[in-house]
Design a protein around this ligand. Structure first.
Ligand SMILES: [Zn+2]
Length: 380
């Protein structure tokens, strides 16, 4: 399964993917979606967006702030060049150390410059405080690994969290780049209700097995997949960037919440973002999720690079019916214009699998956002 040629590839690929996302907008590092080329213009604001799990580039924040951010980034060396240099050093060391072993590769990227890849994120919930989850789960404010400090260079685009003074209700005020989190009218997640029952074209999933990387980015467990997986819908092809987890689940269906959700983040060639959301309830163990948990890094910010292949389609429910609406990323910068595909059939995880994630992130879900008259369609 592993050839010398392919062994190093996923490391390079995933690291570059993170770098690109970090550059372009919201730092895939902590984030879900790589940024769309089309959004790149406004997304170059990106040193800004660097912390978005839902993350795409395409922050539609204050143009002045964007210019400032660009100027700041331009004043420094090209972050991508710096990353390449660092990667080449890391890869050299990694390969030497591995000597052909088949165990997963762990690499760490620490203290990156602003706009560069930031794997060492603000510890989620590091500060106590009130938020919807804190209320329901006292004492969860500081996760067991929340002690590692975030980087100090957070000036323009400050850290955010799910709890406390930089929790969801303040995101829109933390940075001009996050403004949509506060004033956006088409935000996610939502309570999906009153969908129009129609005949919806099922998404054509073309996910493929490949190597993957797992990182605890400070906001979630983020899995980055090799290029080549995609789904087609409405004549468009949306490339899969990766996926991550929320606990509890962010989406609600007719008011009902779920134990967790999985967000598979995509973008098409024109930069349009699409998230496929999976509702997760407790039940049978989920082998695909177990594969990810098996690769959890021991330290926040470390990337565990798989030496086995994984097929993301193993995550999907068998029933292809879904709800769909237009929304946003659910993390700063809360970019709008995101096509949401919420699969109707839940998938399961075992109670133990849920507890494993809860050890890292007892609560990493954004509160429900107003629907604001948006249309929801659902497969009948
Ligand atoms: Zn998400």
């Amino acid at each position: 399964m592993l050839s010398p040629r392919t062994r190093g590839f996923p490391i390079i690929w995933s690291a570059l993917a993170w770098a690109l996302a970090g550059l372009a907008c919201a730092g895939l590092a902590r984030a879900e979606t790589a940024a769309p080329p089309a959004a790149r213009a406004d997304a170059r604001a990106a040193p800004a967006a660097k912390a978005a799990p839902e993350a795409a580039r395409g922050s539609r924040g204050d143009p002045k702030a964007d210019q400032k951010a660009d100027a700041k980034a331009d004043a420094k060396a090209d972050p991508l060049d710096r990353l390449r240099e660092r990667l080449s050093r890391q890869l050299g060391a990694t390969e030497a150390a591995r000597g052909g072993a088949t165990s997963p590769t762990v690499m760490r990227v620490e203290n990156p410059a602003p706009g560069e890849l930031r794997l060492q994120a603000e510890p989620a919930g590091a500060r106590g405080g009130a938020s919807r989850a804190a209320a329901g789960a006292p004492g969860v404010a500081a996760g067991p690994r929340a002690g590692r400090p975030g980087t100090a260079r957070e000036g323009v685009h400050p850290p955010w969290s799910y709890l406390g003074p930089d929790g969801p209700h303040t995101w829109g005020t933390l940075s001009p780049a996050y403004a949509l989190c506060g004033r956006g009218q088409r935000q996610s997640p939502i309570d999906i209700t009153d969908g129009l029952p129609v005949d919806l074209e099922p998404p054509q999933f073309q996910y493929k097995p490949g190597f993957f990387g797992v990182v605890d980015n400070g906001h979630t467990v983020q899995v980055t997949v090799a290029p080549g997986s995609a789904f087609e819908l409405g004549g468009r092809r949306y490339e899969l960037n990766g996926f991550h987890f929320h606990l509890p689940g962010e989406e609600r269906i007719d008011g009902k919440g779920y134990e967790m959700s999985v967000h598979l983040t995509h973008r098409d060639a024109q930069g349009r973002l699409a998230v496929v959301a999976l509702l997760v309830r407790e039940g049978e163990e989920n082998p695909a999720v177990q594969t990810v948990w098996n690769h959890l890094p021991l330290e926040r910010g470390d990337v565990v690079q798989s030496t086995i292949e994984f097929d993301p389609s193993a995550l999907l429910p068998s029933d292809r019916r879904y709800f769909t609406y237009m929304g946003s990323l659910t993390t700063p910068p809360c970019t709008e214009g995101v096509l949401w595909i919420v699969m109707q059939q839940p998938v399961t995880i075992s109670p133990t699998q849920r507890r494993i994630f809860a050890r890292l992130y007892p609560m990493n879900a954004r509160p429900i956002q107003p629907l604001g008259g948006r249309l929801i369609k659902q497969s009948r």
